[in-house]
Design a protein around this ligand. Sequence first.
Ligand code: DX5
Ligand code: ZN
Length: 223
Amino acid sequence: MAKRKAELAPSLLSADFGQMAEATRLVRDAGLKYLHLDVMDGEFVPNITFGPKMAADLRGEAGDLVMIAHLIVARPERCVDDFAAAGADVITAHAEATPHLHRVLQQIRAAGKKAGAALNPATPLSALEDVLDLADFILIMTVNPGFGGQAFIESGLAKIARARAMADRAGREVLIEVDGGVKNDNIKRVAAAGADVIVAGSAVFGAPDPAKAIAELRLALNP
Ligand code: DX5
Ligand code: ZN
């Protein structure tokens, strides 16, 4: 099997919300593949960020970036279609946020988008066993969602490895995205555990020089 090459996905959560186009341009100009948008509703998590209009307004600036809308919202079925229309490429819903995860993943795919299923740290992988055929991404949270800059939950590494094994058994491409607390000092272990896409919010936009931070994280991933 070809050696897996993990990709970095900067999260705009830690960017200056008054400079989102500049932040998006920085990710694009760094030659990265993914941009991670953390959508929060103040109900599923205490924080509120932005809605589909942000994705629509950044779509042009994002160019060919694969825009991942991480819906950290209650009842994600309410906004899937709006994020699809806004131009998100991947739409990820939390298993804990809806009684109808199977239907939400069907809804995302019906909108012509890649479907992601996200698990909070306390939610077992078994929650995805019966929707694996609908998931293009499995998102493993390695912090409790809601805020950037939190500490990486080390037990997440074993969960990433188990998610990897689950995805490899699926017989189709299912990418593992890892989200939360990733920094220079743990990104290699996250990749080694089996991550395909690795989110970094504060490690990039909390750094004095985000472009330099991206270069350092990429070097750590691919020395
Ligand atoms: C947290 C978000 C994460 C967060 C990651 O709820 O889902 O994507 O932005 O931020 P860092 O990398 O700072 O933990
Ligand atoms: Zn996220």
